[in-house]
Design a protein around this ligand. Structure first.
Ligand code: SAH
Ligand code: DHB
Ligand code: MG
Length: 220
């Protein structure tokens, strides 16, 4: 990974984002608890935040909470009466995230559901909690196609769907890859491409997290 990519991310973070007590505390708490530092970067978090605001979303769904760093960016983009449901398999990650989200003053806006997302998503549907205006998919990459299907099931025309980590240092083009992550991302793209309700693109990113990218789609 280029050192310059990180330097440019730091420059943008310092210039356009500034320090933020709740987000800084979240990353510190995650590190103290031994969580992997695979959160979105600050410029990426702000991008997600801006997209949520631009879309006018009132309620959002996140798949893959970790310590709640992206969760805080998402939740802050919603109106005061907005709601975010975020799904996390690890009870440990969810506990850390709950503290971070509460410390950010977002405890009433965010609901963290623990368990495998593919087990939780049918309950969310059964409880009539959809449709969601914005869906951010950022959990295990193996199940990405299934998560995209669920995002569609829980969507309405106009819903924005964003998927993290779709480039993986360029590995996404390896059609013969045996990496379950790459296979999962490619299955997600195949579904995205053939699903007539979706209009989609993907954008490569470089920065503190190396070379990766986001897929972005809107439901019609
Ligand atoms: N969105 C976070 C990063 C998420 S990392 C951020 O940017 O701040 C991916 C998370 O997905 C991890 O916390 C991992 O425990 C969780 N995860 C992995 N498999 C999962 C599954 N099957 N269901 C729900 N969460 C899962
Ligand atoms: C990794 C990065 C991510 O953003 C993520 O959601 C999962 C894994 C990684 O770098 O391994
Ligand atoms: Mg990610």
């Amino acid at each position: 990974m280029s050192k310059r990519w990180s330097e440019v991310d730091s420059y943008f973070a310092k210039t356009l984002i500034g320090s933020d007590a709740a987000l800084d505390a979240t990353l510190a708490a995650n590190a103290a608890a031994g969580l992997p530092s695979i959160d979105v970067s600050a410029p990426q978090g702000k991008l997600i935040h801006l997209l949520v605001r631009m879309s006018g979303a009132r309620n959002a769904l996140e798949i893959g909470t970790l310590g709640g760093y992206s969760t805080i960016w998402l939740a802050r983009a919603l109106p005061d009466d907005g709601r975010l449901i975020t799904l996390e398999m690890s009870g440990k990650h969810a506990d850390v995230a709950r503290r971070n989200v509460a410390n950010a003053g977002l405890g009433d806006k965010v609901e963290i559901r623990t368990g495998a997302a593919l087990a939780t998503l049918p309950k969310i549907e059964a409880e009539g909690l959809g449709p969601f205006d914005f869906v951010f998919i950022d959990a295990d990459k193996t199940n990405n196609a299934a998560y995209l299907e669920w995002a569609l099931r829980l969507s309405r025309p106009g819903t924005t769907i964003m998927v993290d980590n779709v480039v993986r240092g360029g590995e996404v083009v390896e059609a013969a890859s045996r990496s379950t992550d790459v296979v999962g991302v490619r299955r997600m793209f195949e579904l995205m491409a053939r699903e007539p309700r979706l209009s989609a693109t993907a954008i490569q990113t470089v920065g503190a997290k190396g070379w990766d990218g986001f897929a972005l789609a809107v439901v019609s």
